[in-house]
Write a protein that binds this ligand. Structure first.
Ligand code: GTP
Length: 604
C-alpha cells in the first residue's frame, strides 16, 4: 500500500439516496469485499446502524485501484450528526455528492454540500438510481446547477450518472477519484502533519487513533508529538483498514489509517489534534470545534442495584462515542443514574439501543431536555441540563432564562405549504423567509426558513413533518444561539410526593396542556388505593392541573359466596404472588407497577 499515490474521499448524500450502496459497489469493484452478496453495507458494522439503516460513526477503508490508494471515509447520514460529518470531511480531499436521480436535491443534500464547500473539498456530483423508471437525470442536473455546481460535460464538477445497485457507471467514479490522487514526491520534502479525526479504545490494542496524513510520511517507530498537549509518543503500530486492519508500517500524505501509540488514556487521543514529528515545529492543522451536546436525558437501571454495571457499560460506550457527555445524577424514585448529553434525539436513541443490545442493560430513559441557560443578575451564566437544576429563585425575577434556537430550512412540494406552516406555528416557529423555487427543473418546490426553539424540534417534530407531508418534506437545521424565553419547571406530585423523573422545563405556553395530559396519564396507571390519591401538576407552588383517584378496597373474595375454604385461600395466595411478581416504583405510600410507570415516562 505504502508507495502508492493516494486520495481520501467521502460520500455525502441525503438519507436513502444510496450512499451505503455506492460504498459497497466501490469496495466490491476494488476487491475489498467479495462481489455479489447483495447489499451488505460493510461500513455499517454496528447492529443498530444496520437495523435503522443509518450510519453513525465514521470509519475509514482503503482500496486499491489502478495503482492508486483510495481512502473512503464514511460519514453519518442524519441531520443529528452534522458535527460528525464535518469531522469526517476534515480528513478528505474529495466529496462524492450522491443525489437520487428520482428524488432530486433535498434539504440535506444542501447541508452536506455546504459543509464540503466550507472544507474546500473537490466535489464530484453522482446521480444515483438511474436504473429507476422515475429517474430524471436532466431535471436533477438542472437543480444542481441551480445550487451553483458546474455539472455540465467538461465542467469543473462534471456529474457522473450511476446505478449503485447494478454497478452501471461506477467505474467512472473510480476513474475520477484516481485522477485526483496525489503522489508522494512533494510529500518527502515536507514536515509531517496528520489530523486525528477519530479514536477509540480497543480491549486488546489499547487506544487506537484514526488519522489523515496531510503532508510528509509517518512511520512505525517514529517519535511524534501532539500539537495540543505537547506530549510525545512512539508509533508502535500503523496501518490501514482494507476493510480489515492491515499493518503497513507507514502512512504518507493523502493516506488515512490507524495508529497505535503508547497512550494510556483515551483523553490523550484528542479528536481534532495535529500530530507531528517530535523534532519538528509545525502549524497545527485546522481542526474543528468540539461537539456540544444539544439533548440531555437521564438513564437509570430498572433495578437500582444494577447501577454499577450500567455505569460501567455507559463509560465503555462513551469511550467509543466521544460526542456523548456523562455525569452522575440521582432520583428519589429511581435511585442512582447518569445524565447523558447527545448531539440529538436520534443519537440518544442509538446510544440507548446500543446499551440494550451490546451490553444487555435494562434501562429507563427520562424525557429528553435541551440545555437551557440561566443568567444571574451579576451576569454569570450557567447551563442547566436537568430540570433538577432549575433555579428556584426565578419567580422573584432574579435571573434571566434563555433557550437554544435553531435556524431550520424546510423544503416541500408546493401543495404542503399550508400544513407545514401550521406545523411550524404549533412548534413556536418564527418564519424568516419563504421562496417558491421554480428552478430549471419545472417542479414547484418551496423553501421556508424558520427560527424554532430546539426544544420543539427534538420532540416529535420530524415524525409530524413526515406524516403531514406524506413523506415529501425535508428539514435540516443548524444551531442559531440562544434567545430569552419564558420558561417554567413543571413538576408532578402523587399524594404530595414529587415524581422527579417526570419533571420538565418547558415554555409557559405549553405548561397547562402538558400538565393536564401527563396528570391524566398518571391517573390511569396509579392503582386504586384504600385512600384517595391526588395527582397534581405544579409550577412552583401553583397547581395547574389535578386529577384524583377515589379510594377503593379490592376484595378478591367478593365473587365467591359459599364455596369451601381452600378455594378462598387459593385465591388469596394468587393475589400475593401477583404482588411479588410486579416490580413497583414507590411514591410515598403509593406504588406504581414499573411497567406502567415506564409507559408514562416513554409517552412524552
Ligand atoms: P443512509 O445510510 O440512511 O444515509 O442511506 P444511504 O444513503 O446509505 O442509502 P442506501 O445505500 O441504504 O440506499 C437506500 C435505498 O436505495 C436502498 O433500499 C437501496 O437498495 C436503494 N438503492 C441504492 N442505490 C440504488 C440504485 O442505484 N438503484 C435503485 N433502484 N435502488 C438503489
Amino acid at each position: 500500500f505504502d508507495a502508492l499515490p493516494a486520495v481520501s474521499f467521502s460520500i455525502i448524500a441525503h438519507i436513502d439516496h444510496g450512499k451505503s450502496t455506492l460504498a459497497d459497489r466501490l469496495l466490491e469493484m476494488t476487491g475489498c469485499i467479495p462481489a455479489g452478496v447483495g447489499n451488505r453495507q460493510v461500513l455499517d458494522s454496528l447492529k443498530v446502524e444496520r437495523e435503522r439503516g443509518i450510519t453513525v460513526k465514521s470509519q475509514a477503508v482503503s482500496m486499491r485501484w489502478q495503482g492508486t490508494l483510495l481512502n473512503l471515509i464514511d460519514t453519518p447520514g442524519h441531520v443529528d450528526f452534522a458535527y460528525e460529518v464535518s469531522r469526517s470531511l476534515s480528513a478528505c480531499q474529495v466529496a462524492l455528492l450522491v443525489v437520487d436521480a428520482a428524488q432530486g436535491v433535498q434539504s440535506q443534500t444542501l447541508s452536506v454540500l455546504r459543509i464540503a464547500r466550507a472544507r474546500n473539498l473537490r466535489i464530484i456530483p453522482v446521480l444515483n438510481k438511474i436504473d429507476l423508471p422515475a429517474a430524471q437525470p436532466d431535471v436533477v442536473l438542472a437543480q444542481l446547477e441551480d445550487v451553483g455546481l458546474d455539472v455540465g460535460s467538461g465542467g469543473r464538477e462534471e456529474a457522473i450518472s450511476v446505478s449503485a445497485k447494478t454497478g452501471q457507471g461506477v467505474e467512472e467514479v473510480l476513474a475520477r477519484l484516481v485522477r485526483g490522487a496525489r503522489t508522494h514526491k512533494e510529500a518527502r520534502r515536507q514536515d509531517m502533519r496528520a489530523l486525528v479525526f477519530d479514536s477509540w479504545y480497543d480491549p486488546y490494542k489499547g487506544v487506537v487513533a484514526l488519522a489523515s496524513v496531510y503532508e510528509g510520511t509517518l512511520r512505525k517507530g517514529d517519535r511524534i508529538a501532539s500539537a495540543a498537549s505537547g506530549k510525545t509518543y512512539e508509533v508502535l503500530g500503523i496501518g490501514v483498514n482494507s476493510p480489515e486492519p492491515v499493518s503497513t508500517g507507514v502512512l504518507r500524505a493523502g493516506q488515512v489509517g490507524w495508529l497505535m501509540m503508547n497512550m494510556k488514556d483515551m483523553s490523550e487521543a484528542a479528536i481534532g489534534d495535529t500530530l507531528h514529528h517530535a523534532h519538528t515545529k509545525v502549524e497545527p492543522l485546522e481542526g474543528f470545534k468540539p461537539s456540544v451536546p444539544m439533548v440531555y436525558a437521564a438513564v437509570y437501571p430498572l433495578q437500582a442495584q444494577d447501577f454499577p454495571k450500567l455505569e460501567d457499560a455507559i463509560t465503555r460506550l462513551a469511550l467509543n462515542d466521544r460526542s456523548v457527555t456523562v455525569a452522575r445524577e440521582s432520583s428519589a424514585a429511581l435511585g442512582q443514574g447518569c445524565r447523558l448529553g447527545f448531539l440529538g434525539t436520534l443519537h440518544l436513541d442509538v446510544f440507548r439501543q446500543r446499551l440494550e443490545d451490546e451490553y444487555g442493560q435494562s434501562i429507563l430513559v427520562t424525557a429528553p431536555t435541551v440545555p437551557f441557560r440561566v443568567t444571574a443578575q451579576d451576569g454569570t451564566e450557567r447551563t442547566i441540563a436537568s430540570p433538577a437544576e432549575f433555579p428556584a429563585e426565578l419567580r422573584a425575577g432574579h435571573a434571566e432564562l434563555a433557550e437554544p434556537v435553531v435556524r431550520g430550512t424546510l423544503m416541500c412540494p408546493e401543495e404542503y405549504v399550508g400544513s407545514m406552516m401550521e406545523l411550524c406555528a404549533e412548534h413556536r416557529g418564527e418564519d424568516l423567509s419563504i421562496e417558491f423555487d421554480e428552478g430549471k427543473s419545472g417542479k414547484r418546490q418551496v423553501r421556508m426558513v424558520y427560527r424554532l426553539p430546539l426544544a420543539e424540534v427534538v420532540t416529535d417534530f420530524f415524525g409530524k413533518l413526515k406524516s403531514r407531508s406524506s413523506g415529501f418534506a425535508a428539514f435540516e437545521y443548524e444551531d442559531d444561539g440562544y434567545t430569552a424565553s419564558d420558561l417554567v419547571k413543571l413538576s408532578f406530585l402523587i399524594s404530595g410526593t414529587p415524581v422527579d423523573a417526570l419533571a420538565v422545563v418547558l415554555h409557559r405556553s405549553k405548561a397547562v396542556a402538558t400538565g393536564r395530559a401527563m396528570a391524566r396519564k398518571l391517573r390511569d396507571v396509579v392503582p386504586r388505593q384504600q385512600f384517595e390519591v391526588a395527582i397534581q401538576a405544579v409550577i412552583g407552588n401553583k397547581v395547574i392541573a389535578r386529577e384524583s383517584l377515589k379510594a377503593f378496597r379490592k376484595d378478591v373474595t367478593a365473587g365467591l359466596y359459599g364455596g369451601d375454604y381452600t378455594r378462598k385461600a387459593k385465591q388469596l395466595g394468587k393475589q400475593k404472588e401477583g404482588k411479588k411478581r410486579l416490580r413497583a416504583v414507590s411514591f410515598g405510600r403509593v406504588q406504581i407497577p414499573q411497567e406502567a410507570f415506564l409507559s408514562v415516562l416513554n409517552s412524552r
